[in-house]
Design a protein around this ligand. Sequence first.
Ligand code: CA
Length: 490
Amino acid sequence: MENLKECYWIIKRHIYCKKLNYFIIVLVMTLGIMSLGSCKKQVPQKPNFVFIFIDDLGYSDVGYMGAKYYQTPNIDKLASEGMIFTQAYANAANCAPTRASLLTGQYSPRHGVYTVGRSDRGQSKDRRIIPVENSRTVALDNITIGEALKAAGYKTAAIGKWNIGNSPDKQGFDVSFSSDSLGFRNGHFDENGEYLADRLTDEAIKFINDNSDGPFFLYLSHYSVHTPIEAKEELIKKYQTAEPDGCHNNPVYAAMIENVDESVGRVLNTLDDLGIADNTVVVFFSDNGGYGPVTCMDPLRGAKGMYYEGGIREPMAVKWPVRVKAGTVCESPVIGLDFFPTFMDMAGATIPENKILDGMSILPLLLGEKSVDRDKLFWHFPAYLQKYKGGMEDARDTLFRTRPVSVIRKGDWKLLLFYEEWMLDGGEKSIATNNAVELYNLAADIGETNNLATSDTIRRNELLSDLFKWLKDINAPLPGEENPDYIDKK
Ligand SMILES: [Ca+2]
């Protein structure tokens, strides 16, 4: 700049032509603006990722999704500073498969983790077919999002619930803490009375502080608000005197949610204090529907373990100040396994060779596009989940939260295919009467009360055909045999 000024005055002293004088003034101003611009230009920097995963938090269990009894000011603030998703789906209706799909970016038939523990839950005499055997472990050679981001130069941490076998350090995470490694062996309190969600938050904040130069990927996977339903006394007291709101009425559960909310606030404050909030992507998400005996997902049908919307549709919000406009809402359906390709996209990272990713980058949605080029989502759950004591009002039958089922969502339509009736009651030939298929129009019937399988047969057949094509393409194992122990009570 100084050189330019000097140059200008020298020229000015020697030239008296007015026109040329104006030309030089404009020239110098233009050069000045250009040099200022180049000072501001930043070297592109990879964003940090903070993925906050809550266990068993229901669709309407946070303030910004309509909860009145539960208090979540920090989560609501996070949501207001980013984009809220109204149709965000878990990969499965319970913990392990949803995590296996999130971390691998793949639908369940590719990794084989369909459920938690055994696939033949409940009593054998009540199960009509033999379910598909479950894997409790994601294979080590399946590249996780941790491994992919680590290869892209990220420092990675898995803090909290893991649930997919092996240990996070074998699947691409530099730092990891589980409840066991932190000394929490019997629920949410340790022997000194420390609360697990607080301790996980301490570890998360330490990791952020240690890696504030970035880029980092923090997978903060809370055990809250999963059973046992336990919370700190001082928080419980507050809700014992608060006004309940319908089925949102459990003070201990509400206190657990508030504790998680405090954790979110502490993490966000840390990012602010370090001055790294602007280029940090913060995701708030839940792994499956709320636990039926303590909460409800109104206006959705069902709860954790069911494949109605209440079991799989989740509260989700994404904040990324430099790219995502605050106060925005996206109504396009997205699913947990989209985060693997989305983070790779945001980081400008290359997807590892031969890695199959079933989701797609939702970055265009975050930047304001209305939809992505995809019209179908799928779930494959060839297993049984036994009933709970309570919270079973919305289930298909009284003995199981779900029986083996596959699901397709296409546009506004959703079809559930139940294998017991399909396999043993005449399949497609008897589809008008065997109750193997349920079809809902979610745009008109978000509560899945009006089964259109026998009235809109064209739509039903279209979705059924799409579902079978997907099952075949992905080589999904189907339940194969009748269960000899089954006792027909009809
Ligand atoms: Ca869960």
